[in-house]
Design a protein around this ligand. Structure first.
Ligand SMILES: [Zn+2]
Length: 153
């Protein structure tokens, strides 16, 4: 059996509406020490896969460097620029992941995603902790893309 990586920080889109909305994870009062620890941890992730294209910010904030890789720490797998959401849009990640970061011990990381089984179940069940959305999020990079998708159905 392949070792498992737990997906985190993959956001909903027209193609994957079952994934969480980043707005549900907004928390501008996240403990700064904890927040910085998580950001540092994510930035040290090792790239194990490249997407077909670059990612885009679900807030459509204009950030163009959203990355095209999946990074891993050996237990979790996350998008290269998950830190963008934490730093620019005040997102907080679930307690379970924060505890993992706090207690993290480095482990062997394979260089190829095909060596792993990716588990999205936990992440899909995460509902966040924020219900009062201050900013809008989007299901595609442009309205045109949403239109095109609708017409295809
Ligand atoms: Zn953004």
């Amino acid at each position: 059996m392949k070792p498992k990586l737990i997906a985190i920080g993959y956001w909903y889109s027209i193609y994957e509406p079952e994934l969480p909305n980043p707005a549900c994870f907004e928390d501008s009062n996240w403990n700064l020490k904890e927040k910085n620890l998580v950001i540092e941890h994510l930035k040290k992730g090792k790239s194990i896969a490249d997407w077909m294209g670059t990612s885009w910010c679900r807030y459509r904030c204009g950030e163009s460097g959203m990355g095209a890789s999946c990074l891993t720490d050996g237990k979790y797998i996350f998008p290269e620029k998950l830190t963008h959401y934490i730093e620019q849009h005040n997102l907080r990640l679930p307690r379970e992941f924060v505890n993992h970061v706090t207690n993290y011990k480095s482990c062997r990381i394979f260089s190829d995603i095909s060596k792993y089984e990716i588990d999205y179940d936990w992440w899909k069940r995460e509902t966040g902790f924020n219900k009062k959305f201050k900013k809008r999020t989007f299901l595609a990079e442009t309205d045109k893309e949403i239109e095109k998708f609708k017409n295809r159905l």
